[in-house]
Write a protein of this length. Structure first.
Length: 264
């Protein structure tokens, strides 16, 4: 059996014997800078390696150096405190952009679009997209600076409902809707029962409690109705209510009651 590789941050923590847990969460310098909104993680790694970051007055050149929340850091001589505010944002994804770090086709990424509309004090967080939408899918995409929210939102065990509206080719019948509701077998296994409601002869609302790759398109193709356009309206009970390309912060109540996330 292959042994699991020790992560870099843990190696660095062991070498130093420093604190690695803060309220049950391991943290290292580059990630802590991203989580605190001081600078995104990749930029932070570069700044640390270039010798531009001090922690509690000491120059630190190791991005994986363990740090504690509350520590004072200096970046290019400016003082900051390492904090862990929890942010979850809704973003209305436009068509054409991808959920990835870079776009080989040059149409742009959701991260670029989001940063372009965020105010300066929100731009320097490390933002994680909570799940994926295809390039041609529009609608609700959540972002967070907290990996626990990311894990909660993408975990296959949580069964967080996601509501989609699909425009399809051909008129959908009641029998087809019943097949979608009951669950069907796709090449990667059976689907869970889903909500399916006809909105117009060629338009269906689907509520899925799993997030498999291209799942909506594959389910509708399997029943003979290829998807022509797909839009995500809601995740949990959080419904999209901002215009295309725009964003807003979720309230703490939306994060807990709407997404079912409990910070431990
Ligand atoms: N299902 C799909 O097929 N595509 C998406 O973008 C989201 C869900």
């Amino acid at each position: 059996m292959r042994r699991k590789k020790t992560p870099r941050w843990l190696q660095a923590a062991r070498v130093r014997g420093g604190p690695v847990e803060e309220a049950g969460r391991a943290d290292w310098l580059a990630r802590a800078l991203g989580r605190s909104g001081i600078m995104p993680q990749q930029a932070a790694e570069q700044a640390i390696r270039e010798g531009r970051v001090k922690v509690e007055g000491r120059l630190e050149r190791e991005p994986f150096a363990p740090v504690r929340l509350g520590a004072t850091v200096f970046v290019d001589g400016w003082a900051y405190r390492l904090e862990a505010p929890l942010h979850v944002l809704m973003f209305h994804k436009p068509e054409g952009v991808i959920v990835a770090g870079t776009d080989p086709e040059g149409q742009g990424t959701v991260f670029e679009r989001l940063r372009a509309v965020l105010p300066p004090d929100m731009r320097n967080f490390e933002w994680y997209a909570v799940g994926r939408l295809d390039r041609d899918t529009t609608g609700l995409l959540l972002f967070t600076n907290d990996e626990r929210v990311f894990q909660h939102g993408t975990s296959p065990e949580k069964h967080l409902p996601k509501r989609y509206v699909a425009q399809v080719a051909g008129n959908l019948s009641e029998e087809t809707l019943a097949r979608l509701r009951e669950g069907m077998v796709l090449e990667d296994g059976p689907t869970r029962p889903a909500g399916a409601r006809l909105l117009a002869p060629e338009c269906v609302e689907l509520v899925l409690t799993e997030g498999r790759h291209h799942q909506v398109k594959r389910m509708l193709a399997a029943v003979g109705h290829p998807v022509l356009a797909l839009h995500r309206q809601a995740v949990g009970s959080v419904a999209l209510d901002v215009p295309v390309g725009d964003w807003r912060s979720l309230s703490p109540g939306e994060v807990t009651a709407g997404l079912g996330f409990q910070a431990s």
